[in-house]
Design a protein. Structure first.
Length: 246
């Protein structure tokens, strides 16, 4: 190749996952999907240069306390403090460094600080329920927060969402976004939750449940849970669309 020969730009491509590892876009038990699910077959679009370049999501977009949801206000929030940590990995088990991880969740009473969430549970003036962090060189992330509560959501008779934390993962651009939910071990509400059960593969559902990590638990301070997120491949974490469950 000479100096004058133009170099071909090779764009990354996506590895196709097992379809049973992700929820169906139309899951009739989850009533909101009946309204918003596509009515026509999906068309997969190849990535172009605009999808893999700017705007960049990097260190300059993080605040000093973005990762610690318990220290973002003048007082401490109510509830059991927890540490949620893990790694973000690709389909071959390699760490994904410097990727933006965002979380949002209900407070300890099971209420979001959101205008449409008005069920009679108390708001916590010291808890917003939103955090963000960048993975380090080994793909590790960590959040300090409080254990979220369950909440009712009118999807079916006596419907309650299991306690969960929403995760949003970005690549290096806004179009590279994946969303999932982290649940807690032993939750008695799994049996009646159509969002959790919209993932048809039992092994894949288990990958949405965090592991209690006693070694990382901080004495007299906070329980710890480990939640690794695998983006592609046989062990991929189930992902959903970007809409919330309200």
């Amino acid at each position: 190749m000479t100096q004058d020969t133009p170099r071909e730009l090779v764009l990354p491509s996506y590895r196709r996952d097992d379809v049973d590892a992700h929820p169906l876009l139309l899951s009739p038990g989850y009533r909101a999907t009946v309204i918003r699910a596509p009515q026509q077959p999906l068309t997969y679009l190849p990535q172009r240069l605009t999808e893999v370049t700017g705007p960049l999501l990097g260190e300059g977009r993080l605040g000093a306390l973005d990762h610690d949801l318990t220290r973002q206000h003048d007082g401490e929030p109510l509830g059991q403090r927890i540490v949620v940590h893990g790694r973000v990995l690709d389909g071959d088990g390699r760490a994904i460094p410097h990727t933006l991880v965002e979380v949002w969740q209900a407070n300890a009473a099971g209420r979001y600080r959101h205008v449409v969430d008005n069920w009679p549970a108390p708001l916590d003036p010291n808890f917003t329920g939103v955090g963000r962090a960048l993975t380090d060189a080994q793909g590790r992330y960590e959040f300090v927060t409080v254990q979220p509560g369950a909440y009712p959501w009118r999807n079916h008779d006596n419907a309650w969402r299991p306690a969960h934390i929403h995760f949003s993962l970005f690549g290096r651009a806004f179009t590279q976004r994946l969303v999932t939910q982290m649940y807690f071990p032993g939750d008695p509400l799994f049996f009646q939750d159509p969002i959790f059960n919209s993932v048809r593969d039992e092994d894949a559902r288990q990958r949405m449940i965090a592991r209690y990590d006693h070694a990382a638990t901080r004495p007299e301070w906070a329980l710890a849970y480990e939640f690794d997120i695998v983006l592609r491949g046989r062990d991929a974490t189930p992902f959903e669309d970007e809409d919330d469950d309200e």
